[in-house]
Design a protein around this ligand. Structure first.
Ligand SMILES: O=C1O[C@H]([C@@H](O)CO)C(O)=C1O
Length: 541
């Protein structure tokens, strides 16, 4: 029953021979330097430092191909960036579908010496959640870009720190020589799930991050309450739940207290939300000292909320508020952009579009093309800031066609920007998916969630008192989500659905602000595309 990709299959994109990649741990205020050599044979690599602002560094956006040329096979590149805020973060590949292939790891930033968290804990664990397919990320890319389109389907396994369960009779049929004993778990195999070993009557901090390619997740610890204290690197007003949802791109810290019978162990469970689950619940064990870790819990694993119980998910999201005393958002905005997400069919290819534009990133990274005023590197027409008022978000589009584009929303430096994300019906009737949207280089306030089409009157419902600061926020089926942020980070920034195949299919937009304030565009943002031709001498950095 127990199995892990790096034990059984040879298709993981690891880092330093590790899967997931090594956990990077630093103190707030540190400058981190990561030397990355691309040892893949055939494709470039780009790493995104998810949730890191990188303000004031010459490197405006260590993110997608938006501001960086891919690190080609055999090349080495040094990422240097400052981590200015304590919290739970991660890093991941942002090129093709490499995140689905396993290119990710944790990034944890501790408070500087002498500063204390506003909550107490005796010990901590780190749980990096992901999902896994047996097909390589390269083949998944081919499937998604084919005509007719081949969807990647639901993951075979959910992973916690790279470990998970799999139905071994199926695995054996497909991948493993059936005489293999790797599927039999005895508790000490290198690929067995990570057990959390605890002492009674203590409080533990569990850092939970989701880097899934697709799955929205629900986490529970049998018989234990979870107290949420941090979201995406920001403190939240503590609240207690029996189980929690976590969407791709999000991170949380939760506290739990080991106040149960120490002669027993308890299940920790992970299950899929928002998509009909064809993936088994992932399980590991909370092991109380001095009970043996191999003693199975006497109570059954937590029962997951129904996958389509959206009220359960909305109730959780609506409990998240900024910790008392946190910075409040500006009370008004300068610029409002409404972004409608639709699933489309363009010449028979299945895509996602935002206000009817399906994003295809240009070959030349935006930072250099904007800074040096290149005319032909991307589409200079302003992308649409709204969608036709007669569009019915509850129904299939009468015309599912759309267009490709790569325009940039130019934001005035230091302006306050409101973004309303509007969900709609997908291509099939009566389908509207969950989409977690992630913004690079900024945090935003989540002002509220609503049902159906957003109207001016909905503004009265915005929470300006204690909205949480996040870098990722979900849109629920047929609903809207309103965000506010200050465009105060010079650079070019992606804002996109964190479901990796959806981004691949065009579900994203690009913001830029204050590019004239970026003093020096690093060579590695200039050595490809049109700027590559202009700055040919820089090649080789
Ligand atoms: O983008 C997607 O495509 C499929 C389906 O809509 C079409 O096959 C799916 O479930 C998605 O989330």
């Amino acid at each position: 029953m127990y199995w892990s990709p790096d034990c059984v299959e040879n298709v993981v994109i690891g880092i330093n021979g590790q899967f997931p990649g090594p956990t990077i741990r630093a103190l707030a205020g540190d400058t981190i330097s990561v030397e990355l050599t691309n040892k893949l044979n055939t494709e470039g690599v780009v790493i995104h430092w998810h949730g890191i602002r990188q303000f004031g560094t010459p490197w405006a956006d260590g993110a997608a191909s938006i501001s960086q040329c891919a690190i080609n096979p055999g090349e080495t590149f040094v990422y240097r960036f400052k981590v200015d805020k304590a919290g739970t973060y991660f890093y991941h590949g942002h090129y093709g579908m490499q995140r689905s292939g396993g290119l990710y790891g944790s990034l944890i930033v501790d408070l500087p010496e002498g500063e204390k968290e506003p909550f107490h804990y005796d010990g901590e664990f780190n749980l990096l959640l992901s999902d896994w397919w047996h097909k390589s990320s390269q083949l998944q890319e081919v499937d998604l870009s084919s005509k007719p389109f081949r969807w990647i389907g639901e993951p075979q396994t959910l992973l916690m720190n790279g470990r998970g369960q799999y139905n071994c009779s199926l695995a054996a049929a497909q991948f493993i020589n059936s005489s293999s004993s790797i599927c039999e778990f005895r508790g000490n195999e290198p690929c067995a799930p990570q057990i959390l070993h605890v002492h009674p009557n203590k409080t533990y901090r569990l850092r939970v991050t989701s880097t899934t390619a697709l799955a929205s997740l629900n986490l529970a610890i049998g018989n234990h309450k979870l107290v949420v204290v941090e979201a995406d690197g920001n403190y939240v007003q503590p609240f207690s739940v029996d189980d929690m949802d976590i969407y791709s791109g999000e991170s949380y810290s939760i506290l739990f207290t080991t106040d149960q019978d120490p002669s027993k162990n308890y299940w920790i469970s992970l299950s899929v939300r928002g998509r009909e689950p064809k993936t088994p619940q992932a399980l590991t064990i909370l092991n109380y000292f001095p009970t043996s870790a191999s003693k199975l819990p006497t109570s059954p694993p937590p029962i997951a909320p129904l996958w389509n119980d959206y009220n359960h998910s909305k109730a959780f999201s609506n409990k998240i508020h900024a910790r008392m005393g946190s910075a409040k958002p500006p009370t008004t905005y300068d610029h409002r952009i409404i972004l409608l997400s639709t699933q489309n069919s363009i010449d028979g290819y299945t895509k996602w579009a935002i206000n009817n534009v399906s994003l295809v990133l240009p070959a030349t990274p935006y930072l250099g093309s904007i800074k040096y005023g290149l005319k032909n590197a991307f589409d200079h027409k302003n992308p649409p800031e709204d969608f036709p008022s007669d569009y019915d978000v509850m129904k299939q589009a009468p015309n599912p066609n759309s267009t490709y584009g790569n325009g940039v929303y130019m934001l005035s430096f230091n302006s306050t920007v409101d973004v309303v994300l509007q969900n709609a019906n997908a291509l099939a009737a009566n389908v509207s998916d969950i989409h977690p949207w992630h913004l690079h280089g900024h945090v935003f306030w989540v002002l509220g969630y609503g049902e159906g089409k957003f109207t001016e009157e909905d503004e009265a419902k915005f929470n300006l008192k204690n909205p949480p600061l996040r870098n990722t926020a979900v849109i629920f089926p047929y609903g809207w989500t309103a965000l506010r942020f200050v465009a105060d980070n010079p650079g070019v920034w992606a804002f996109h659905c964190h479901i990796e195949p959806h981004l691949h299919m065009g579900m994203g937009v690009v913001f830029a602000e204050g590019v004239d304030r970026v003093r020096k565009v690093p060579n590695d943002a200039l050595t490809c595309g049109l700027t590559g031709k202009m700055f040919l001498n820089n090649k080789g950095h």
